[in-house]
Write a new protein. Structure first.
Lengths: 326, 309
């Protein structure tokens, strides 16, 4: 063992140690929130009238809701040291199923059941068959995208009326997208920081073997993370289908990798066990504000690619890891 | 004997199966002229996948190959270079690939960013820079030499196929006959063990990324020659296809039985299967499903064999 021998914490210090461990895992989130504050201040100075207008903010909420949902789902998988490339395809599949020619009470459960099944297959392949998560979810993403195109070859179909009502307009004066965001964020934060599952997820992500030896059913926790991610993706698909009032078999393709960006910009590490949904909130808002701000400031969309890339590379370089590679 | 059999990549069995299947159902599929067409079609992907082999065997990943191909296309087809000798263009294109690979490598090894996020970031930057350079318009014509590289034939054999085979041999030598290859597989299999045994793990990873950038640029050149004009978003689907070819070739993150030969067989299998499906009238959704099933089957079978052996 290298370094100083560790002194076991005294009883009275345990509480503080817990707090410190929490902050250690959330150090990225703190940085993301600082960046976010800086961006809001910058936008407030440069384009105050347009940025803080009610129209812009409600547009922002409506646009960002799907990214919020998938990114929060992706955060669970990343915390469990996994990786889910298939969320984009799951969004597309749920959009395709939700616009099938079937009764609403039949097709809505089918869409979520299909997503859960994809999550189970992902988890089973990554955890029990030990296929690398990138390979496994790449394979399922191809299969799921194929099924989405099979069910709905071209954009169209009719969305369930319930979803259309739930995903468009305002409720109590606020855009409905905001309620989706708040509900999903609250649920994710509760699951990660308020339940035993959350504690076990962090332990599993940091060291599956050690977690197993302390009696945590690590494989089951990891599979559950994949299922949650798929279900959140299906929810994002439901929101998008309702908002567009029709289906699109390619609606999720761009969101697959963006979901990883949201989580990573929020300080969640791909190596597992560090970060969390609080940071993801900041990460997704950073992506949204960056696109929104550059649009409002009339910057060429070509620069947006560059800025996004630089942001990503900077974010990922801030925390030095021990190992290089994936 | 069984050890030899186990060393064979999944693509070998897949390719044999597909060939037998094609011989019974679509004999004209195996005619020399059609195979040469397939070879020409497979060469650009094959080159990109060869580069991807280095990084994947080194337990890393390069998601910026698609953006590199697009940038190479923009550079080669840009009107600005009209009148310059093509050799300068080729040099410039390959140099771009090396610079991109070097950037990825430095970010991954020095700043220790996750390769997935780093190469995704550089891909976004390259795409943006390409758009800024071209103003969002595709380039015009391509020099004749580069067209010959992509479309030309020597006898019946396509030039692009020869380029692929040549660089396949180069990659094989690098991976299986030089110390570099030993380093790559060792560092990929167990980075800490490799560090303790004195292998320059960081430098090896850097070289892998540079090679991947170079091969992606080379694939971009050949693909540009095949297409013959400037095109926007060329090579976007090569990112995932190149990874698929490497996986079919038996390489997994962290060593494995893969290598240059495996990747070439994997590319051939992927292109054969997709073309065979076209012959049978299977369209896009069916192809996606079959492709996914093939990846999953190859990865699962390989992983099971590894655990048992």
């Amino acid at each position: 063992m290298k370094g100083k021998p560790e002194v076991p914490p005294r009883r009275g210090l345990i509480a503080r140690f817990r707090v410190d461990a929490f902050w250690f895992r959330q150090r990225g989130a703190a940085l993301s929130f600082a960046t976010l504050t800086l961006m809001v201040a910058l936008l407030g100075v440069t384009v105050p009238g347009t940025f803080f207008s009610a129209v812009n903010l409600s547009n922002l909420a409506a646009q960002l809701a799907p990214l919020f949902l998938v990114s929060l789902g992706q955060t669970f998988v990343l915390l469990g040291a996994g990786f889910d490339l298939s969320v984009g395809a799951v969004i597309s599949l749920s959009s395709a199923i939700l616009t099938l020619d079937m009764a609403d009470p039949v097709k809505i459960p089918i869409a979520f059941a299909a997503a859960a099944a994809v999550g189970l297959v992902n988890g089973w392949g990554c955890v029990h068959l030990r296929v690398h998560p990138i390979i496994m979810t790449l394979a399922t993403s191809s299969i799921v995208q194929g099924f989405a195109l099979l069910l709905l070859p071209t954009p169209g179909g009719v969305a369930p009326q319930v979803l259309v009502q739930m995903a468009s307009g305002t409720f109590l004066g606020l855009p409905v997208g905001l309620y989706w965001i708040i509900a999903a964020t609250a649920a994710a934060i509760w699951l990660v920081h308020g339940t035993t599952f959350g504690v076990q997820l962090y332990a599993t992500g940091q060291n599956p073997q050690a977690a197993w030896m302390t009696g945590i059913k690590a494989p089951r926790i990891r599979v559950m993370a994949y299922v949650i991610s798929s279900l959140m993706a299906a929810l994002a698909g439901a929101y998008l289908t309702g908002r567009l009032a029709s289906g699109d078999p390619n609606v999720g393709s761009a969101l697959g990798l963006d979901s990883v960006l949201g989580a990573v910009l929020g300080g969640t590490l791909l190596s597992g066990g560090v970060g969390g949904p609080i940071g993801t909130v900041a990460g997704v808002l950073i992506i949204g504000l960056m696109n929104n701000g550059l649009n409002l400031a009339n910057v060429s969309p070509y620069y947006q690619f560059v800025v996004k890339g630089v942001l990503l590379v900077t974010a990922v370089s801030l925390f030095r890891r021990k190992e290089a590679g994936l | 004997m069984s050890a030899v059999l186990r060393m064979l990549p999944p693509a070998f069995w897949g390719l044999s199966l597909v060939c037998v299947f094609a011989a019974f159902t679509q004999p004209q599929f195996l005619s020399l002229s059609f195979l040469m067409i397939l070879l020409r079609q497979a060469a650009p992907l094959g080159l990109v996948a060869l580069g991807q082999t280095f990084v994947i065997a080194n337990r890393s990943l390069d998601l910026s190959v698609g953006a590199t191909i697009a940038l190479v296309n923009l550079i080669v087809a840009h009107a600005m270079w009209k009148g310059y000798p093509p050799s300068i263009l080729i040099f410039l294109a390959l140099g771009t690939g090396v610079v991109i690979g070097l950037t990825n490598g430095v970010l991954v090894t020095v700043l220790r960013g996750s390769a997935v996020v780093v190469t995704l970031g550089t891909a976004a930057i390259i795409t943006g820079l390409g758009f800024l350079y071209s103003g969002g318009a595709p380039g015009s014509s391509v020099p004749e030499v580069i067209k010959w590289l992509g479309r030309g034939r020597i006898g019946v054999v396509p030039v692009s196929g020869l380029v692929w085979l040549t660089f396949g041999i180069v990659a094989w030598v690098l991976l299986r006959r030089l110390a570099l290859g030993r380093y790559i597989f060792a560092a990929g299999d167990n980075p800490s063990a490799a560090t303790y045994s004195g292998i320059p793990v960081n430098r090896t990873l850097l070289v892998s990324h540079v090679l991947s950038g170079f091969f992606a640029a080379l694939g971009g050149l050949v693909l540009t020659g095949l297409v013959g004009t400037g095109a926007l978003n060329l090579g976007a689907d090569y990112v995932l296809s190149s990874i698929v070819a490497v996986i079919l070739g038996g390489a997994v993150f962290g060593g494995g039985a893969g290598g240059a030969v495996g990747t070439m067989l994997g590319t051939a299998l992927l292109v054969m299967v997709l073309n065979l499906l076209t012959v049978f009238g299977v369209d896009e959704p069916g192809k996606l499903i079959v492709q996914g099933l093939v990846i999953a089957a190859a990865a699962i079978l390989y992983q099971q064999g590894r655990r048992g052996g």
